[in-house]
Ligand binder design. Structure first.
Ligand code: KE4
Length: 437
């Protein structure tokens, strides 16, 4: 059993980091804001393991927020990066590796006929939104509460007045001018989608969604919702944009669209596609993508786009993931973990819901079905925080928010799943006992 004293170096490192970096982190998601305490600073990662700077080891269920589906330091990925680095690190000129990675993406993702590589998921969604507006000549974008698409100004919005579905900025610095063309609807609400298209006929450039949500915890679309999205966007000449930054290559080699048999117009990808290095992509139907500069007039560029080291890591990762047996292994291991978590929660009478698609899942601390942001937001986040730290003290590193998905990798063996379930059982027992006091 570990305790906070054994994270003293991380605590001191955090104090030092806060002197030079806002909040001591380079991404707000890592600051442990939702669970309290301080983040742990990582020294080493290998397979399914993280080691912090105090020497504590953890079974890792964040996997760098999704990219590490093969496990940390997979030999194929390491070999590819080492080979690439001997030829330099960045050229600002095209390479055949970028074409190879684009071909692998196009072969895997059913709706994608052309692709542009960028350096982050945010950059990919920002570019996809600009492209959708440029290709349709329209301004309005529909997004859904609880969906996160990176820190794109026009998507950093919250539901405004429920009636109008008009949005309001949800960060200082996002102007009303930027947010006024973004409409925020409730995920899985078909009626609201229909009404909104009727209200803004011929004004909606695109609808963007996480086809499998990870950013309110794991939430899946109903078949009715998916059908309505495709039918209404086609009917109104709007584009359907799947943000598969998280679920792409995660739930299937072809992502959520392959799993659901969906046919979006544009797809945004990230995380796994870069094999753990900074690389993301947006792609889709050829007639749309050929609007992107210099083929077309929609501006898009990037110094490190298609970086040689990142494309090497991405190619090695996607080549591995072409073997469907990987997804059979991920399904088996993830199903074991999910079943064990439910058994433990039931055993200790802790209200819970577990949503899972393949190797992305969330144990929600709530007893009603979690189908959208309004249901997810009713989770007991205090209880989640206790669970998080009880797992950390038992060497299991869970996502540091109730509103995130956890990820199982190919490195999560039966033994590690069992070790995790033992820790989860003790953690849930501890919660149940403390709450009865
Ligand atoms: P990045 O800019 O962080 O590479 O990607 C943004 C993004 C876009 N779309 C989806 C569906 C995403 O999940 C993300 C980023 N995900 C978060 C975690 N849920 C990244 C964690 C972080 O920001 O540190």
């Amino acid at each position: 059993m570990m305790n906070s004293e054994r994270r003293e170096h991380s605590r001191l490192a955090f104090e030092q980091a806060k002197q030079v970096t806002p909040g001591g982190v380079n991404s707000a998601a890592r600051a442990f804001g939702a669970v309290g305490g301080h983040p742990i600073f990582i020294q080493h990662a290998e397979g399914a393991w993280l080691t912090d700077i105090d020497g504590n080891r953890y079974i890792d269920y964040i996997g760098s927020w999704g990219p590490m589906i093969l496990g940390h330091q997979h030999p194929n990925v390491k070999r590819a990066i080492h080979a690439a680095v001997d030829h330099g690190t960045s050229y600002g000129a095209p390479t055949t590796a970028e074409t190879r990675l684009a071909e692998l993406i196009i072969q895997a993702v059913p709706s994608v006929e052309m692709v542009r590589l960028v350096s982050s998921g945010t950059e990919a969604t920002m570019s996809a939104i600009r492209l959708a507006r440029g290709a349709t000549g329209r301004d309005k974008i529909i997004k859904f509460a609880g969906n996160y698409h990176g820190h794109v100004d026009s998507l950093l919005v919250a539901a405004g007045s429920a009636a109008a579905t008009l949005s309001v900025p949800n960060s200082p610095g996002v102007t009303r001018g930027t947010s006024q063309d973004t409409l925020v609807l409730e995920y899985n609400d078909v009626e609201q989608l229909k009404v909104t298209f009727q209200k803004f006929p011929q004004e909606i450039a695109a609808v963007i969604l996480e086809p499998i949500c990870g950013n309110m915890g794991c939430v899946t679309p109903t078949a009715e919702f998916l059908n309505a999205l495709r039918t209404l966007t086609k009917q109104h000449d709007s584009l359907l944009v799947f943000d598969e930054v998280m679920c792409g290559f995660r739930v299937d080699n072809g992502g959520a669209q392959k799993l659901f048999g969906a046919d979006p117009d544009l797809t945004v990808m990230g995380k796994i596609v870069g094999g753990g290095l900074p690389l993301a992509a947006f792609g889709g139907k050829r007639w749309i993508m050929e609007n992107v500069l210099p083929a077309g007039r929609v501006f898009q560029a990037g110094t490190l786009s298609g970086n040689p080291l990142a494309t090497a890591a991405g190619i090695a990762t996607l080549e591995m993931l072409r073997d469907a047996t990987n997804y059979e292994i991920l399904e088996r291991q993830s199903a074991r973990l999910a079943a064990g978590l439910v058994t433990a929660a039931k055993k200790h009478a802790v209200p819970h819901q577990l949503n899972r698609v393949g190797s992305m899942l969330t144990l929600f601390f709530h007893d009603e079905p979690i189908t959208n942001w309004s249901s997810a937001s009713r989770c007991d986040t205090q209880r989640f925080a206790k669970f998080f730290w009880a797992l950390m003290d038992r060497g299991v590193y869970w996502p540091c928010s109730q509103f995130e998905a956890l990820f199982v990798s190919l490195a999560h063996t039966d033994e590690l799943i069992d070790q995790t379930l033992q820790a989860a059982d003790e953690a849930l027992q501890e919660i149940a006992r403390n709450e009865l006091k």
